[in-house]
Design a protein around this ligand. Structure first.
Ligand SMILES: [Zn+2]
Length: 81
């Protein structure tokens, strides 16, 4: 059920009310994670790959894959009850 929003960021697990799809893959992520993606050195390449896919008619392009370091920087950030 990765494509269904369940109230939590699918990358950092934080409970948030607003989300969007990652540029690196199909995860639904919070805007903090979006900001981290935009600051990532691979973001421009991922964005270009997405645009190229759309231009060739591939609207289901799964992305180039999320760089591992986007998962690692804040693993201690949690709001578990
Ligand atoms: Zn997040």
């Amino acid at each position: 059920m990765r494509d269904t929003w369940a109230g939590r960021c699918q990358r950092c697990g934080k409970r948030v009310g607003a989300y969007t799809m990652s540029f690196f893959n199909t995860e639904l992520i919070c805007f903090d994670c979006v900001a981290r993606e935009r600051a990532h050195p691979q973001y421009a390449a991922a964005h270009a790959a997405e645009l190229a896919a759309v231009e060739r008619g591939d609207f289901n392009f799964p992305g180039t894959g999320c760089p591992n370091d986007l998962y690692q920087n804040y693993s201690n950030e949690s709001d578990e009850e």
